[in-house]
Design a binder for this molecule. Sequence first.
Ligand SMILES: Cc1cc2nc3c(=O)[nH]c(=O)nc-3n(C[C@H](O)[C@H](O)[C@H](O)COP(=O)(O)OP(=O)(O)OC[C@H]3O[C@@H](n4cnc5c(N)ncnc54)[C@H](O)[C@@H]3O)c2cc1C
Length: 400
Amino acid sequence: MKKVAIVGAGAAGYFAAIQLCEQFPDIEVRLYEKSTPLAKVKVSGGGRCNVTHACFDPKDLIAYYPRGGRELLGPFHHFQPGDMMEWLDKRGVALKIEDDGRVFPESNQSQSIIDCFEQSLPEGVLIKQGVKDLKPLDNQRWQVIFQNDECDEVDAVLMTTGSSEQMWRLLERLEVPIVPRVPSLFTFNIALPSLHDLAGLSIPVRCRIVQFPEETEGPMLVTHWGLSGPAVLKMSALAARFLAERDYRFTVEIHSLPLLSHDAIEELLHQARRNAGRKQIRNYVPFQFPLRWWQFLLHTEGWSDKNWGDIKKEEIQFCLHQLTRLSFQAEGKTTFKEEFVTAGGVDLKAVHFKTMESKTHPGLFFAGEILNIDGVTGGFNFQSCWTTGYLAARGIGGRM
Ligand SMILES: Cc1cc2nc3c(=O)[nH]c(=O)nc-3n(C[C@H](O)[C@H](O)[C@H](O)COP(=O)(O)OP(=O)(O)OC[C@H]3O[C@@H](n4cnc5c(N)ncnc54)[C@H](O)[C@@H]3O)c2cc1C
């Protein structure tokens, strides 16, 4: 009987083990875990587990992965969010799709996912044992060495140890290329008390970082320490390496009217000057806009006390600048507590994305966060675990 060792019983490893047992019952599967299985699933999504995202076209889906999107296009044609939702549904886990597309168990309890996984894995597969080393053997088999110094010989190894630094070092010793790790998905620290006073305010924005080529759009949330919300978190993921290289000191620019063109905004400001001349600027906003944000944008220049009719044509440019390129000096980052992931891991160039097998080490497979793949917040990180876990199981089964 062929034997497979899966190292790490997180989302990717656990799901791959279930798939292997279901699809290839003739293979002996061993899932090794040094600590608590599915620990991150338990705490994910604030305890609710944002299990995937209701985005069903692989071409659209890959846009949510700052690293790994291109490589995941093929895999998503084999197993995408709809497949995971169907898989859970068939096993009795009712799901709900929230307005923003995030998918959660209807129970609002990550435990529902854990219960389903536990019931789906045959007894005896999960073994509480840490793996300390791996050795390739001559006959394309592998020796797995455990923390208690015992060892086993297997026909394939699937590495699903997430962002374990120790396991990345082990792989480096085996000459598997590893992209250095940097944090992804964090909020921006901005030491500006007048901004902190607006904590809780959420507005749709376009966000850019000076000298970084990409932009993000979406809601931005003001917090007690700076800026957060989907537009900011997405930017933190896109620019993860760029910001790490700058020690998280950078200038962020916020466009507060992303749906309007520059000309349209200018015209609305001129109209306000012409038609609302006697109204105080601080109390009359010519856009659909929270008044508190408007007053924050303008208070710096002492504009607040003026009437619309008092401002000169040239001064409209200042207003335009504040609305479209309001800049903040960020100094540092804060971990986003709902979902923390890292960029970095096994270099994607070293992996066959049809089978998740190493290109240079036959019989060695990868799935989940151990790879240099990360998604923005919204259930995309788990989806990449389900998809790569599913493909690895098929790849291993095909190899046997
Ligand atoms: C607080 C938090 C909330 C999150 N919420 C969400 C969310 O709602 N939606 C979403 O999509 N993503 C979320 N994420 C991200 C998501 O949890 C990860 O992307 C995902 O868990 C990665 O799964 P994995 O199986 O690759 O790795 P992990 O879940 O990290 O699992 C790796 C496993 O390997 C084990 N292991 C490591 N080394 C060894 C060894 N030597 N021997 C044996 N076992 C070993 C570890 O103990 C661990 O159990 C969240 C992350 C955090 C931290």
